[in-house]
Design a protein around this ligand. Structure first.
Ligand SMILES: Cc1cc2nc3c(=O)[nH]c(=O)nc-3n(C[C@H](O)[C@H](O)[C@H](O)COP(=O)(O)OP(=O)(O)OC[C@H]3O[C@@H](n4cnc5c(N)ncnc54)[C@H](O)[C@@H]3O)c2cc1C
Length: 299
C-alpha cells in the first residue's frame, strides 16, 4: 500500500488501467512502438521523463489479459495463485509518451525492444494486433516514485547512458529537458538502424555505440567509448544510467571512480540482466536478495 502521513487522505499513486492496442509502428531494427488507448486512460497521469509502469501480458496462445482481481488488496495474491499456464507475465516498461488527441482520446505509446520470440514480452509485442487488450499498473498521480530522473536544482549538466531497453526512457527525458540544458549522452544499440532521431536540447552531444557483441564484451565496448571522451567539464553533473544491470554497474563505477562524480548524483537502474528473466529478478527481490523498484509494490 502507498504510505501516507497520519490523517492525510489516502492517495493511491498507482492503479490498474485497461489498455487496448490501437496501432503499431516499427521505429528501427529492434524497436516496435505500440500505441494503446482505452477509457481508463483518462485517469492516467504520467510524470514524464523515465516514467515506468508494469504491464500484464497474456500467456502464449491468448489474445487478451485476464486477471481474477484488480482490487488493490487482493490482486497480487490472486495473480500469484493462478496456474502457470494461465498467469499473465508482469513486465516493466516505459511510458514513451502520453497524449490526448484533438478528438479527446487518450493514448499512451510504449516502445518495445524485439529481442526474441522466446521471451514473453518481446514475443507479445511482435505479435500485437489492433484490438488486443492488456492490463497495466500505471501512475494515477504525476509525482510518483516510478519517475527516477530527479536532478537536483543545482545541476549544470546531464550525463546519460542507456542501452536499447532504456532508450525510450532516455528519449522521453530528452524531450522534457529545458532548452538550455547541457547534455552528454552515450546510447548503446544492437543495430545501426536503431540510432533513432531524438528531439534534444540544442547542442546535446550524443554518441551512438553500435554493439559488436551480445555477450559480456559489450560492457568493455561501452567503457571504451566513455573513456575516449577526455576529462569532463561540469561542476554539478547529474548522471542517469539505465540498461543491462552488469553494464550499468560498470558504467556507474566509471563515473564515480574515474570521473570523480559524487555518487549521490548518479541515478542508476538495471532494466534487465543478461541471462535472467524478470520473474527470476522478482523472485530474488521477494527473497530479499535484491532491492525491488517494482511499481506494483505501491498498490
Ligand atoms: C523501469 C524499467 C523500464 C523499462 N522500459 C523498457 C522499455 O520501454 N522498452 C523495453 O523494450 N524494455 C524496457 N525495460 C526492460 C524490460 O522490462 C526487459 O527487457 C524484460 O526482461 C523484457 O521481458 P521479456 O519477457 O521480453 O524477457 P524476459 O522473459 O524477462 O527475459 C528472457 C531472457 O531475455 C533476456 N533479455 C531481456 N531483455 C533483453 C533485451 N532487451 N535484449 C536481449 N536479451 C534480453 C533476459 O536476460 C533473459 O535471459 C524496462 C525495464 C525496467 C526495469
Amino acid at each position: 500500500m502507498t504510505a501516507t502521513a497520519p490523517d492525510a487522505p489516502a492517495v493511491a499513486h498507482f492503479r490498474f488501467f485497461a489498455l487496448e492496442v490501437l496501432r503499431t509502428r516499427r521505429l528501427g531494427h529492434s524497436f516496435l512502438r505500440v500505441t494503446f488507448g482505452g477509457e481508463s486512460l483518462a485517469d492516467f497521469r504520467s510524470g514524464g521523463f523515465d516514467q515506468s509502469l508494469s504491464l500484464f501480458l497474456p500467456p502464449a496462445g491468448r489474445e487478451h489479459t485476464e486477471l481474477p482481481s484488480t482490487d488493490e488488496d487482493t490482486w497480487f495474491g490472486a495473480w500469484r495463485a493462478m496456474p502457470d499456464a494461465d498467469r499473465p507475465v508482469m513486465r516493466s516498461y516505459t511510458v514513451r509518451e502520453q497524449r490526448r488527441t484533438p478528438e479527446g482520446a487518450d493514448e499512451v505509446d510504449i516502445d518495445f525492444v524485439l529481442h526474441g520470440e522466446g521471451s514473453p514480452a518481446s514475443r507479445w509485442a511482435g505479435r500485437a494486433v489492433v484490438g488486443h487488450r492488456i492490463l497495466a499498473i500505471g501512475p494515477a498521480v504525476a509525482e510518483n516514485k516510478s519517475v527516477r530522473f530527479q536532478p537536483p536544482a543545482a545541476t549544470d549538466a546531464v550525463w546519460m547512458y542507456a542501452d536499447e531497453t532504456a532508450l525510450p526512457a532516455a528519449a522521453a527525458i530528452l524531450d522534457r529537458l529545458s532548452a538550455g540544458t547541457r547534455v552528454r549522452a552515450w546510447f548503446e544499440v544492437p543495430h545501426a538502424d536503431d540510432r533513432l532521431d531524438l528531439a534534444a536540447p540544442a547542442g546535446a552531444d550524443i554518441t551512438w555505440i553500435v554493439r559488436g557483441s551480445a555477450g559480456r564484451e559489450r560492457t568493455e565496448q561501452v567503457l571504451e567509448a566513455l573513456r575516449a571522451d577526455g576529462p569532463a567539464a561540469a561542476r554539478s553533473p547529474y548522471v542517469w544510467l539505465a540498461g543491462e544491470a552488469g553494464t550499468v554497474r560498470a558504467v556507474r563505477r566509471h563515473f564515480v571512480q574515474e570521473r570523480s562524480v559524487d555518487r549521490r548524483a548518479v541515478r542508476f537502474t538495471g532494466y534487465w540482466r543478461l541471462g535472467a528473466s524478470e520473474e527470476e529478478l522478482l523472485a530474488e527481490a521477494y527473497a530479499g536478495q535484491a532491492a525491488s523498484e517494482d511499481p506494483a509494490s505501491e498498490l
